[in-house]
Design a binder for this molecule. Structure first.
Ligand SMILES: Cc1cc2nc3c(=O)[nH]c(=O)nc-3n(C[C@H](O)[C@H](O)[C@H](O)COP(=O)(O)OP(=O)(O)OC[C@H]3O[C@@H](n4cnc5c(N)ncnc54)[C@H](O)[C@@H]3O)c2cc1C
Length: 491
């Protein structure tokens, strides 16, 4: 009998498998795709030799993650490359808000708002470890060291979220660059920027640019997966690909099943075993709006009108704070605007391995209503052209995945919702149900470990670690700190 079966090989499935195998358990991983890694894969999506991250591309969360710090990617040959400019917000007229690694240098470029930017960010930059402990916790306990120091940083973060997520959000700003720069980050939450969840994303992610950075792995995000899979195979973990699990009966006999799946797939897999009260709770769980992803193969670097944007790893393209807000409100109303917010990543600023000599890649997506079947590549191209005249002429090839196609290729991204559930303050805690142990289901031995559990989306593996902690305790009576089982794997 296999001790544990993990369904899904995304970052959280792999992290769970790492903890469990480190504890000496036999583990099997079953994956629906033909390749391993879920939202952390890289492939030639456009032309031969052009490598594209088909989902995640930029990784402050890896740098912050207790799991990845214990796993120690560097010792396994994974290089996290830091762009000189972590992120930028191009504006009309060749102007831009530029976030540098250095906080003071960033403030220097923000005119009369420089000091306001520094005061917003400083406590969070200084307390990045504690901030990470909070944001990457199971939202119920704070198991990772530094408990006492966590409180002041959490309070500082909370106050800033309340300010930037409320009608007071423009009080501290006098010009347009700094608020646009912040809203560009807030809009990662796929919601109108003037809300608590986007404000949380904004202060958290923006501050990380000045501490751990927004790095890009050399060779593509797949290298992060490959390093883990190598280690898991070394520990005897087995992998089956190309098998979409639809019922528990398809799995080998085991004492624990961990689902790195959507709650929707979980319901199908568990079937009638889930009691009605639990199904009723799950039925209140909401998915957010979706993304339309467009990868470009280019014959040259993007000719941003602003020189500093040419050195940025990530760009939030869409103009002013007001424009970004209007765009997201439109998505919420079910609209597809011709002037979209575009999240763009140019890995080539640090990683020459992504394209053949002379070639370049550009990773982009925009937000669309959940389930949208519209191809937004023209609107994305036009919006980039607005801030980078001549861009269109460089396009050799575009690969498009509409929101509906995102779900077809990645079952967890229901309707193209890449966060595994709408990012709202309530759903960040009650994910996917408002229970004390959201990983454990009422079916004995069945657990959920995907980004539809706390602490939510991004590549950090902590949902998998939190779920595996429960499995070890509840199914195998092992109470040791789960990260010890990851650390013991360090090369
Ligand atoms: C376009 C896009 C851009 C993103 N950008 C970033 C970024 O830059 N940085 C960042 O940190 N995060 C980013 N994310 C989010 C990040 O990729 C996810 O939060 C993360 O991958 C979630 O990990 P997971 O293990 O929970 O799920 P996933 O990575 O989705 O993995 C789940 C796995 O389970 C498999 N599976 C699901 N159901 C079944 C089933 N029934 N049977 C068998 N297998 C199944 C899936 O095929 C998949 O391989 C992005 C996501 C997308 C889609």
């Amino acid at each position: 009998m296999t001790d544990a079966v993990v369904v899904g090989s995304g970052p959280n499935g792999l992290a769970a498998a790492m903890v469990l195998s480190g504890a000496g358990l036999s583990v099997a991983v079953v994956e629906s795709n033909d390749t391993l890694g879920g939202g952390a894969r890289t492939k030639e999506a456009t032309l031969p030799g052009y490598l594209h991250d088909i989902c995640s591309a930029v990784h402050p969360s890896i740098m912050l993650s207790p799991y990845f710090n214990a796993f120690d990617l560097a010792s396994r040959g994974v290089e996290m490359l830091q762009p000189e400019v972590p992120y930028a917000q191009p504006m009309d007229g060749g102007r831009a808000g530029i976030a540098h690694r250095d906080l003071e240098r960033t403030a220097d470029g923000l005119g009369r708002d420089g000091r306001a930017w520094t005061s917003l960010m400083r406590p969070l930059v200084d307390g990045w470890r504690e901030l990470g402990d909070t944001f990457l916790s199971d939202m119920r306990t704070f198991p990772y060291a530094r408990r006492a120091a966590t409180l002041p940083v959490s309070v500082a973060a909370g106050l800033r979220v309340l300010e930037q997520g409320s009608p007071l959000w423009n009080l501290r700003w006098r010009e347009d660059l700094a608020p646009a720069l912040l809203s560009g980050v807030a809009t990662h939450a796929i919601a109108p920027a003037r809300g608590l969840a986007p404000a949380g994303a904004a202060v958290f992610l923006a501050s990380l640019a000045h501490s751990v950075g927004w790095p890009i792995p050399r060779g593509g995000t797949q290298v992060v997966v490959d390093a883990q899979v190598d280690e898991l195979r070394r520990r005897g973990v087995t992998f089956t690909t190309g098998h979409r699990v639809r019922s528990l009966g398809e799995l080998p006999r085991t004492r624990a099943v961990l689902l790195d799946t959507s709650p929707k797939d979980m319901q199908q897999i568990a079937g009638d075993l889930l009691p009605r009260w639990y199904r009723r709770l799950l039925s209140t769980y909401r998915h957010g709006d979706g993304v339309c992803k467009v990868d470009f193969a280019l014959s040259g670097p993007v000719p941003w009108a602003n020189e500093d944007c040419r050195r940025a790893g990530t760009l939030h393209v869409g103009g002013t704070r007001r424009e970004l807000l209007e765009f997201e409100l439109g998505v919420k109303r079910g609209e597809h605007s011709d002037r979209p917010y575009v999240l763009a990543v140019q890995p080539d600023v640090v990683d020459p391995t992504r394209a053949p000599a002379g070639g370049h890649t550009l990773w982009t997506y925009t937000h669309v209503p959940n389930g949208s079947t519209l191809d937004r590549s023209e609107a994305i191209t036009d919006q980039i052209e607005r801030f980078a005249p001549g861009f269109r002429d460089l396009v050799l090839h575009r690969a498009v995945a509409t929101a509906a196609q995102e779900e077809a290729e990645h079952p967890n991204y229901v309707g193209g919702d890449i966060s595994g559930g709408a990012v709202t303050p309530w759903q960040m805690i009650a994910r996917p149900v408002p229970t004390w142990d959201p990983y454990r289901t009422p079916v004995p031995g069945l657990y959920l470990c995907s980004s539809s559990t706390p602490p939510g989306p991004a590549v950090h593996g902590m949902n998998g670690v939190h779920a595996a902690r429960r499995v070890l305790r509840q199914r195998f009576g092992i109470r040791q700190e789960p990260l010890d089982f990851v650390r013991s794997a360090a090369a």
